[in-house]
Ligand binder design. Structure first.
Ligand code: SF4
Length: 208
């Protein structure tokens, strides 16, 4: 795989919120194996070439931003869907940038392979792990996410764990169970993110 094989759905040349405390550019990777009901990036779910600039063009632009940005975040979609992610992350590091990664952890093996190239991870925890399927729509997704999170904790890479909350999907006792599961692996409570209606295509959630 080459860095240029990364399928890009979009690119934000400047972000102050995708990696808290850091000034970054964000690469939105195309494709995600989950179908979360509250997803606000549904255009990024189908795998494919993506509507964004090609990654070679992004690298050329980043080359001119050396010293002006702290890092580059790979977001999505789901970046670990793409086999070119390690090469893309290595290319970014070679330019002198830190690397951030947003993931929901659907591919534990691929996450483990890319972690040595990553400085920080924003990990989306959807629900208590036994309840994942009703959020993601994918059988077995909780087991995969749990394996990824355990590997991440084991790696020692800095992590921000966050959960999107819609009252009809996660009740207070669900969140308490989730926090208990995270505490058992040494992580603090998830940072709650409110549901965002913008981009969501689930009529029931939008009505609720
Ligand atoms: S994991 Fe993220 S990108 Fe994928 S469907 Fe869920 S919210 Fe959307």
């Amino acid at each position: 795989m080459l860095p240029a094989d990364l399928a890009v759905g979009g690119f934000a040349p400047l972000s102050t919120c995708d990696w808290p405390g850091e000034l970054v550019a964000t690469v939105f990777c195309q494709g995600c194996p989950f179908a979360c009901r509250y997803c606000h990036n549904t255009d990024l779910i189908p795998p494919g070439p993506g509507a964004g600039p090609d990654f070679g063009t992004i690298l050329a632009l980043l080359d001119k931003r050396r010293g002006l940005l702290d890092g580059v975040v790979f977001s999505g979609g789901e970046p670990t869907l793409q086999r070119a992610l390690p090469e893309a992350a290595a290319a970014v590091r070679a330019l002198g940038f830190q690397v951030g990664l947003h993931t929901a952890g659907p591919y534990p093996g691929r996450l483990v392979r890319v972690l040595p190239l990553v400085d920080w991870v924003g990990f989306d925890v959807k629900a208590p792990f036994s309840d994942y399927d009703r959020i993601t729509g994918v059988a077995g997704s909780g087991e995969r996410a749990k394996a990824s999170l355990l590997a991440l904790v084991e790696s020692g890479v800095a992590v921000d764990v966050r959960t999107t909350v819609h009252a009809s999907l996660l009740k207070d006792d669900d969140l308490a169970r989730l926090d208990g599961e995270l505490a058992s692996v040494g992580l603090g409570p998830t940072r709650r993110q409110p549901f965002r209606a913008e981009g969501c295509r689930d009529a029931e959630l939008l009505a609720g």
